[in-house]
Design a protein around this ligand. Sequence first.
Ligand SMILES: C[S@@+](CC[C@H](N)C(=O)[O-])C[C@H]1O[C@@H](n2cnc3c(N)ncnc32)[C@H](O)[C@@H]1O
Length: 263
Amino acid sequence: MTYTFQDIKDYEQFIKAFHSLSGLDLNFYKETQMKRRINNFISIRGYAGNYTGFLKALSQDSQLYDAFFKHLTINVTQFFRDDKLWGTLREKIIPELNKKRAPLKFWSAGCSAGQEAYTIASIMAEYFPDTTFSILGTDIDVNVLKQAKEGIYEERDFASTPRPVLDKYFTLVNRKYQVKDILKKNITFKEQNLLTDHFEKGMDLIACRNVVIYFTDEAKDILYQKFADSLNPRGFLFTGSTEHIFGKTHLNLKSVSSFFYQK
Ligand SMILES: C[S@@+](CC[C@H](N)C(=O)[O-])C[C@H]1O[C@@H](n2cnc3c(N)ncnc32)[C@H](O)[C@@H]1O
């Protein structure tokens, strides 16, 4: 599709035009941080002060578009990111879920290139081999989802990964690590915008970590309500290690351990 742009004078007009080009509504993201990131990118690419020219270039150059989208969505992640919290998941949360029902339904919301989803799969394979489960991994960025489906990673992605897990569940191919089918078989990756799309119900654990940092407070409120509705009774929300949900009694989520909330 070809887009034509009127003369775009300010940030407000820019995000409106970008919304129609990409489907991503940046009004849900904190303005100060987003504006800084966008203006940085625009000036590095030689379009300082020229929103119109930049948007035109975005609509014509898919590499520029992908690089900009990646810059906005910030895909940084790792296997076993914040390793202590994965210990809590293994020792406390999954045993609690295991008492209740199977198959368990996990969701890595904002999964980036899949490291979080495969971390959950490796814990299940290693410590709960008899429990049946499925994992959904979703993200707004189709390029990271491509990598998630391929399951090929660099050594640096494993800085927090226990060595035996790396050796057992990944194969070294051309100096990269390919995830084995035993971890892949229970995972589905799909594109989803957490701010606008429909959520599946019946989740037992939703991990949404390091995704909402740039969302406005209003966007976070709506999102947490949708997560609460998507969880089974006694299911858990697992947040990032700077993300607290305080004073939101209407959500019916109580803190059971740092960064774990139970419905
Ligand atoms: C920093 S990564 C976090 C990955 C992983 N959860 C972790 O904690 O390591 C943030 C991810 O959120 C995704 N994201 C940002 N806005 C989103 C939205 N509106 N809907 C779905 N995913 C989004 C980005 O594409 C990115 O892959």
